[in-house]
Write a protein that binds this ligand. Structure first.
Ligand code: THU
Length: 131
C-alpha cells in the first residue's frame, strides 16, 4: 500500500468523525507490518477533555486487536494539513521511532518520521526492550 492509498483510507475514516464542538474533523489510517490497516476518527465529548484524537483511536484499535508493529500512519484533516498533537506523537513513539507520519489534506501531503516529529521522546529506560 502506498502513502496516497493510506491517505485515502484516512480521508474515508474522516467521514465518521464526531466533532460537534470543534467542527474539526480528522481521519487517520495506520498501516501495520502485517499489511493490516486500522482506521480512526476523532471522537469529541461535551466534557472536552474526554475527546480522543483520530490517531490514538487507530493505535488503540490496533494494539487491542494484537498488532503492535507499525509502518506508517496517515492523517487527513480536510483542507487543513494537520500534524499530530503532542499526546499522539508520544503514543506513536511508544511503538517505534521509525513510524512514518503522512500528513495530508486536500492539497497534498508531507511525510516525517515520529523521531523527527518528537525528538527525545520520554522513555522509562534507555535501550528498553518493549514486549
Ligand atoms: N485532533 C485529532 O484528531 N488529532 C490531532 O492530532 C489533533 C487534534 C482532533 C481533536 C479534536 O476533536 C479536534 O481535532 C480539534 O482539536
Amino acid at each position: 500500500m502506498d502513502y496516497k492509498d493510506l491517505l485515502k483510507k484516512a480521508e474515508a475514516a474522516r467521514e465518521f468523525a464526531y466533532a460537534p464542538y470543534s467542527k474539526f474533523k480528522v481521519g487517520a489510517a495506520l498501516l501495520t507490518k502485517d499489511n493490516l490497516i486500522f482506521t480512526g476518527c476523532n471522537v469529541e465529548n461535551a466534557a472536552y477533555g474526554s475527546t480522543m484524537c483520530a490517531e490514538r483511536v487507530c493505535v488503540y484499535k490496533a494494539v487491542s486487536q494484537g498488532s503492535r508493529k507499525f509502518i506508517a500512519i496517515a492523517i487527513h484533516a480536510g483542507s487543513h494539513s494537520a500534524t499530530p498533537c503532542g499526546e499522539c506523537r508520544q503514543v506513536l513513539a511508544e511503538f517505534g521511532a521509525d513510524i512514518q507520519v503522512i500528513m495530508g489534506g486536500s492539497s497534498g501531503f508531507t511525510v516525517k518520521s515520529i523521531v523527527e516529529l518528537l525528538p527525545c521522546s520520554f522513555t522509562l529506560r534507555t535501550n528498553e526492550k518493549k514486549d
